[in-house]
Design a protein around this ligand. Sequence first.
Ligand code: ATP
Length: 366
Amino acid sequence: MSSRADIEVAFKGQLGGFPLDARFAAPGHGITALFGPSGCGKTSVLRCIAGLQRLNGTCRVGGEIWQDENTFLPPHKRRVGYVFQEASLFPHMSVRSNLLYSSHGKVLPPAEGRVGFDEVIDLLGLEHLMARAPQHLSGGERQRVAIGRALLSQPRLLLMDEPLSALDRQTRDEILPFLERLHEALAIPVLYVTHDLFEVERLADELVLMRAGGVIASGPLGAIQSDTSLPLALQREAAVSLDAVVKGFDEQYGLLKLDVLGAVFLVPGRQRLEAGTRLRLRVGAGDVSIALEKPAATSILNVLPARIRSARTVDEREMILVLGLGEDGAGDGLLARITRRSWDVLGLSEGTAIHAQVKSASLASR
Ligand SMILES: Nc1ncnc2c1ncn2[C@@H]1O[C@H](COP(=O)(O)OP(=O)(O)OP(=O)(O)O)[C@@H](O)[C@H]1O
């Protein structure tokens, strides 16, 4: 049974003149994003975890001690897979040989707990590229091969350092679904460094917020997104990511019915999806408004019973509210950015039962 503390890191020291003091715990499954502005120390934390940079501290992964006051395992004993911004493939080897590098050119037979060769090829869509040389691959294809090679080294932990930031937007959008599929199919925990909130919203299960060499908060994505004491919820583009399950499809209007905790959303769907498919919904704080009564006639598709969990003033004009979906407010959380005037005119307070009107919610497959 995995627990939140399957990955525990704490590093403290100076990198040149830069003080790093970073401590967090993360579960041994899913994607944990390390998010923060450029130069806040994200890469340095990954390098410390990989054993490539040595600072005082501790690092425990899945019950193994990689570093503590008495231990410092060298990088090759840590079993990490590392994916960098730029894919560094061996130029003289085919895609297939690159993928099989860590198993000395051999496809290992399937075994319990081992990432299978065919599975990786399939998940990353590499079948048709196997005989190619790296110089004949697009940037996105190269990065997919680099991810495959890292996975086939059978890591206990996959470290990804801005794996999409060297790619143009279109290529990034092509790769994201592959990362989402990996995340569904494989049990290897991933620490994913990014300064792109969009990637966090789409991929992360857990979030470690970093600033100036330190960790200001860490925990499940939804909890961090909707913590109004943190900077994320106060940003203009604040949003929550909801994990939803397809319940049905309205053929006539092309609408997907999606279950989240405490509500059912109707969202325009590109295609019919199997009931039970998992999707991620993004709901921006600016797309949610509040009604005390259920509006009798509205063009808004999603008008959802909810309760106000908490509220915080952002500036002289606006407030940010945390809502709990459902009549009892015990479901998933939403953020709503409203004016202070509306708060006063509607006589809102914490605990008030309201209707959340969601003007738009965008979909990403999981
Ligand atoms: N070995 C080192 N010697 C001296 N300074 C270092 C060393 N490693 C990192 N630094 C400094 O530590 C700070 C944090 O760097 P780091 O690359 O970890 O940040 P980051 O959050 O990953 O940034 P980016 O998003 O731009 O990659 C920077 O000021 C960097 O110059």
